[in-house]
Design a protein around this ligand. Sequence first.
Ligand code: PLP
Length: 372
Amino acid sequence: MNLFNVYPLYDIEPVKAKGSYLWDKNGVEYLDLYGGHAVISIGHSHPYYVAKLTEQLNNISFYSNSVKIPVQEALAEKLGKLSGYEDYSLFLCNSGAEANENALKLASFFNGRKKVIAFNKAFHGRTAGAVAVTDNKSIIAPINYDEHVSFLPLNDIEALKQHVTDETCAVIVEGIQGVGGIQVASEAFLQAARELCDKTGAILILDSVQCGYGRSGKFFSHQYANIHPDLMTTAKGMGNGFPIGGVLISPKFQAKFGMLGTTFGGNHLACTAAVAVLDVIKEENLIENAATLGDYLMTQLKQINGIKELRGRGLMIGIEFEQPVDAIRDALLFEHKIFCGYAGKHTLRLLPSLALTQTECDRFLEALQKVI
Ligand code: PLP
């Protein structure tokens, strides 16, 4: 059987990884500033994470959500404390798209409405509901939910005022758009969205799958705007490579048996990985590190000629060029052995581990200067 060929692949086969580094099967070392689409939050193969997962694997790796799984409660408690959302509840699932799917469902259960406001260039995942609120016409949902969705320009408060009405079920927005090119939702815009949702009874969903979990220099990027969403979705960095997603749910939602569900969501191994991630983020002050090194990178990047625009917060950085970015990205990878991502044709996307060091930043800055 062949693999269903949907991913264009680099001819690189990583066989080992540690911290911000990967090694391929020929022993070549790479600096990883992409973390497999923002997944590696605490660094590859962190020893504490490996030890906790190994210990769990030797005890019990899985049983269904029909029994008590204490590590789920430990995760909810630690996540509540570290994120500042102790009064919210947690629903656990397996991916970012699934988290968004459940958030949209919860919103509709709550107010009985169907219309959703989403934003130009938004990306929320590839399941049918998540695709419907994603602004990418090349991903086509097999079932058409799009008739209920309006796309507005990000940061356009007037458009928001016109479109959020008593018929709106939910507004779904990324605190910082990732795939859409590292566009930061402004503080005024998020505050306006909060106010309009309060006024109309719409539910405010912050998709924090890519920009959450400390990456922005705060636990959630919307915390720069001092707002409290009704629902927040997470995944990616939550498990540092172990698949896990979650919805943080405001106390105004009432849980009912059977309302949401999943077979794998909240399994012992995924929760153990997620607890280890939170322990390391706290113990090693990784949110502060993301803020400090993000500022450092931005300051240094501003001094490099040939960059059109810099966007982002913390360790979620978009570097836009006049020219298409493929050649720059390939030169960084093949000549300088540095993995970066891209967002759109012109933007290089950095999503490194939050444990990045200044030396690693300097290696990248030097290489980028040479390449451009
Ligand atoms: N939401 C955002 C903001 C994302 O960036 C992504 C993935 O890139 C998703 C949702 C979907 O997450 P997953 O691929 O885990 O389903």
